[in-house]
Write a new protein. Structure first.
Length: 206
């Protein structure tokens, strides 16, 4: 017998799953669950299939670690991009934010996070070594740091800089038009675009 506040254990299970999503409280989770319940079975099946297919079939680009539908993402596969210019970002969301500015013509390198000892994230947990290998192979002329202006972001920048400083390339960072502590995905496109265009030598930011 169901003795919870929910009239159905099945509804409660759905609410619990929606509530696991970031930024979703239980009230919002309830609204989402009830919305899905009102949708046609065909619409719900399509919704569920899209999520299932994404999780099972999506790729991570073997070159830059961006998400992709194939082994190499469209950006890395494009002959129109400058493959000697690499923008280092924390996440896929940052790639999307920078692409929306239409100000960057190079390629990306997605770290998958930043160094954060408090969270148990060290250099080996990120895709730093493949970037170092690109620099060592002479494939890169400029590395642009576009990590969030936080202590963790700055620590990661400095760690990578120390790893690649010996190679013949320039290391720059986006201008501090993005406020300290802000995340790139929340910066407006104009500010972020200007920060990219007006990037500075990394040494001057130390």
């Amino acid at each position: 017998m169901n003795t919870s506040q929910y009239p159905s254990v099945l509804l409660e299970n759905a609410v619990n799953e929606f509530a696991r999503l970031p930024g979703i409280g239980r009230k919002t989770a309830m609204r989402l669950a009830l919305f899905v319940l009102k949708e046609s079975k065909a619409d719900v099946a399509r919704f569920a299939d899209a999520i299932k297919t994404m999780r099972e079939e999506i790729h991570y680009c073997k070159s830059c670690f961006n998400i992709s539908d194939s082994d190499v993402c469209d950006i890395c596969a494009s002959a129109k991009r400058d493959h000697t210019l690499v923008c280092v970002v924390e996440s896929v969301r940052d790639v999307m934010a920078i692409e929306n500015t239409q100000q960057f013509k190079g390629i990306y390198h997605v770290l998958g996070g930043v160094i954060s000892p408090m969270d148990g994230i060290g250099p080996d947990d990120l895709t730093i070594q493949p970037l170092v290998e690109k620099a060592k192979a002479g494939e890169v002329k400029e590395v642009v740091f576009a990590l969030s202006a936080t202590m963790e972001g700055d620590t990661t920048n400095f760690y990578i800089y120390r790893k690649i400083a010996e190679y013949p390339l320039s290391v720059t960072t986006i201008a501090r038009g993005v406020a300290i502590g802000d995340e790139l995905e929340y910066a407006d496109e104009v500010t972020l675009g200007r920060s990219l265009v007006n990037r500075l030598p990394f040494e001057k930011s130390l």
